[in-house]
Design a protein around this ligand. Structure first.
Ligand SMILES: [Zn+2]
Length: 326
């Protein structure tokens, strides 16, 4: 079965639709409730305002194959996470520069780099702080959450798990790269690490579907959502049923680099998964050079050679790649 792929105009129209929905007074949320007992699955999108692929499953389940008649149990909660940043992204003129586009990733904070104590901050009016505090009670209810992202460069799609990737959840995902351990070593926390706190054993997924406005990214987002809902027993098995055990490429993230001061830059713009060797100088500046603690691969290096803030990792290092059969 070939899935239809939304055009960008469809994605934009879906943004307008969900931005105007609300649930329990929270804007940008739409819940599909089967009315039968079962899991609560959160499908979260636009955690970064310039990453529209998460709207594709919402388009699919509202415009192509209405979800509710097919939903066998539980409920599916679609959440437009960084609604203010996404509004800026969709308001960009056609000739917006790359920098203008990157600036719509977040307003005051990167929603994937949140301080631990964000839920206890008081009187903090920063856009993302207010939004996270508003969404947290809903996030807490997720048995499983799928946070859908995309990348500025055309990088291989990948799956990130928190606290780990559960094999039974990702059967049928059209992605074979898994990143593990990254949320554990992060200083500031990705939004999806706040999901499911009412459920001690819950696990959550983040997917990077490909580059931002690529139709393939839209298609992957739909396929992953469909497979996850089937894997959760909420939809008839469409893709997951015929999924054979698959070989995955696993990068276990075990260290990261922080810059000691603003003068530092990475010694090159490392492409994702670039091999590095123990002792290799990865960054230099006014002070000691920063070297790789172990052999492995560089991940999430910034195109500018430095993170937007010294509180953010300049890059992550994984162990040498392994294969994993699930
Ligand atoms: Zn993202």
């Amino acid at each position: 079965m070939t899935l239809p792929i939304p055009a960008f105009a469809d994605i934009r129209a879906c943004f307008d639709t969900i931005a105007n929905r609300s649930h329990q007074g929270i804007a940008g949320v739409e819940v599909f409730d089967s009315g039968k007992p079962g899991p609560t699955v959160g499908i979260t999108m636009l955690t970064h305002g310039n990453e529209p692929s998460g709207l594709a499953p919402y388009w699919y389940y509202t415009q192509v194959e209405p979800l509710l008649p097919k939903l066998q149990n539980g409920k599916v909660v679609f959440v437009l996470s960084n609604i203010d940043a996404a509004r800026r992204y969709f308001a960009l003129p056609a000739d917006a520069t790359l920098e203008d586009r990157i600036n719509t990733r977040g307003i005051a904070l990167n929603m994937n780099r949140l301080p631990h104590n964000i839920l206890s901050l008081t009187g903090d009016t920063r856009s993302e702080v207010a939004r996270v505090q508003e969404l947290a009670p809903l996030w807490e209810t997720f048995d499983v959450g799928l946070d859908i992202h995309s990348t500025s460069l055309d990088s291989a799609p990948m799956i990130v798990g928190h606290p780990a990737v559960k094999a039974e959840l990702i059967k049928g995902f059209p992605i074979d790269v898994i990143l593990s351990g990254i949320s554990d070593i992060m200083n500031l926390k990705p939004a999806f690490t706040f999901y499911g706190s009412q459920h001690a054993a819950s696990t959550h997924l983040l997917i990077e579907t490909g580059s931002h406005e690529n139709p393939l990214s839209f298609q992957r987002a739909i396929e992953c959502t469909q497979a996850l809902l089937a894997n959760m027993g909420m939809l008839e098995q469409v893709f997951a049923d015929k999924a054979e055990p698959m070989e995955y490429i696993l990068y276990e993230v075990t260290s990261s680099l922080f810059f000691p001061n603003e003068s530092y830059r990475t010694t090159e713009i490392f492409p994702n998964f670039a091999p590095v060797t123990k002792g290799q100088i990865l960054a230099a500046g006014d002070g000691e050079p920063l070297v790789a603690e172990h052999d492995g691969h560089a991940l999430m290096c910034f195109a500018t050679g430095k993170p937007p803030s010294l509180t953010e990792e300049a890059l992550f290092l994984s162990q040498p790649v392994q294969t994993l059969r699930l």
